[in-house]
Design a protein around this ligand. Structure first.
Ligand code: RNT
Ligand code: ZN
Length: 415
């Protein structure tokens, strides 16, 4: 059935000049950066601080991972239901310090050696994030832009420690680690001085990034935001701030789909960003009325993001990461849904007869452009997706759900 459907689909796509085998080869090469924090509601293993920084995981579905072994077990389960080879995105709070209290400015590569061993065993890459939230020294809402020099120093040291860890990931695994800096800094109410915190943030970043690291191993990225809970009126690390910083300092820029005004979409920004920065990092998320971090679904914006990457030839310069945390449904299923949807959107984009569409556009034939874009929506891309799953030895269509529920019964509900 899967093969038969694929052959039929292949013919239909061939008729409009699209090679489905080529699209499949291209999709197979794309590593999605899977965020570990969906597995435990962004808790981490430090055990002594509540989630803070204006982000929130709501829900209390049973079976949350309570330690690194459980989190790796859950990730392995999810990965077994996702076609292809991917990367796992870690945060500093997922360090394993064997019961010893190690503060964040003192973290070392060896605190992540279990993660590296596991990644090697499973053929995965790793990405990284310093954690600038859920810590007593971020309680007043300021970290790298703090006016308190002691605090600011602590967080600079944290950034430096994290770059060493990220470089270690890249060296050990032979795949560059993208390290994304996001800070929660900002004010609930209207500030008087918007400039000085930004000046301090730029200075902190300069200090963190001082040591040159080979891009073969490590890529620096910076993530902007419009507002958070408790930073509604002012966020130090705004889009303009980081766009400027990334261009000036040749870092990557991270675009999170939940971090802009409600009618603003990151798909529309990619083509501008790619003119001025070498690498793009995406945090694909789904904001529902606000930066709510819902599980990514196959919606218009996800498809538009994939189209922009494929049409522009930007896939090689982009780290496609996910960033959502929903604690109201099975957490393993949340990963599988989000990653598979992202891959589906990429496949749909790779199956587009882009050359033909661009030609129609250049020729001024905007009627054909619209007609074709609409017709393409009902082309049999699902048959190609099913074939891709089968080829990669993962369940076709919703069959993966049975495995998640079996795992829930055998493992998650026993925790
Ligand atoms: C917060 C940012 C940030 C975090 C993760 C946990 O608004 O999106 O990327 O979600 O680092
Ligand atoms: Zn994000």
């Amino acid at each position: 059935m899967v093969n038969k459907n694929y052959e039929l689909a292949k013919e239909q796509y061939a008729a409009i000049g699209v090679d489905t085998d080529k699209a499949i080869d291209a999709l197979e090469k794309i590593k999605i950066s899977i965020h570990c924090w969906q597995g435990d509601d962004v808790s981490g293993f430090e055990n002594d601080s509540e989630l803070s920084g204006g982000i929130q995981a709501t829900g209390n579905y049973p079976g949350k991972a309570k330690n690194a072994n459980q989190l790796r077990q859950d990730l392995s389960k999810a990965l077994s239901l996702i076609p292809g080879k991917h990367k796992v995105n870690l945060h500093a709070i997922y360090a394993e310090t064997e019961g010893e209290k190690v503060d964040r400015n003192e973290l070392l590569p060896n605190h992540f050696e279990n993660w590296v061993a596991w990644a090697k065993e499973n053929g995965l890459g790793l990405d990284f994030n310093p954690t600038y939230f859920s810590h007593p020294l971020s309680d007043d809402g300021f970290t790298l832009s703090s006016a308190d020099e002691e605090k600011r120093k602590f967080w600079i040291e944290h950034g430096i420690a994290c770059r060493n860890i990220s470089e270690y990931f890249g060296k050990e695994l032979g795949i560059p680690s993208a390290m994304n800096i996001w800070i929660p800094d900002g004010y609930k109410d209207i500030p008087v001085d918007r400039y000085s915190p930004r000046e301090r943030l730029a200075d902190s970043l300069d200090k963190i990034l001082e040591r040159k690291i080979d891009k073969k191993y490590h890529i620096d990225a910076v993530e902007s935001k419009l507002f958070g809970i408790g930073s509604e009126s002012y966020v130090v690390g705004s889009h303009e701030f980081y766009m400027g910083y990334a261009i000036k300092n040749k870092t990557a820029l991270t675009l999170d789909s939940g971090h802009f005004h409600p009618t603003e979409v990151i798909s529309a920004k990619i083509s501008s960003v790619m003119l001025f920065v070498e690498n793009l990092v995406l945090h694909v998320s789904r904001p529902v009325r606000w930066d709510s971090d819902h599980v990514v679904i196959f919606d218009d914006e996800l498809q538009a993001i994939a189209q922009e990457l494929a049409r522009g030839g930007f896939i090689d310069r982009t780290s496609i990461g996910l960033d959502f945390f929903d604690a109201s449904i099975n957490r393993v299923a949340a990963w599988v849904i989000g990653v598979r949807n992202t891959q589906k959107a990429l496949l749909a984009a790779l199956l587009e007869p882009t050359k033909m569409l661009k030609k129609a556009e250049l020729d001024g034939d905007l009627t054909t452009r619209l007609a074709m874009l609409e017709e393409l929506k009902s082309y049999p891309f699902g048959a190609v997706w099913d074939y891709f799953c089968e080829k990669n030895n993962v369940p076709v269509r919703e069959k993966w759900l049975d495995e998640v529920f079996r795992y829930e019964k055998d493992v998650l509900l026993k925790r």
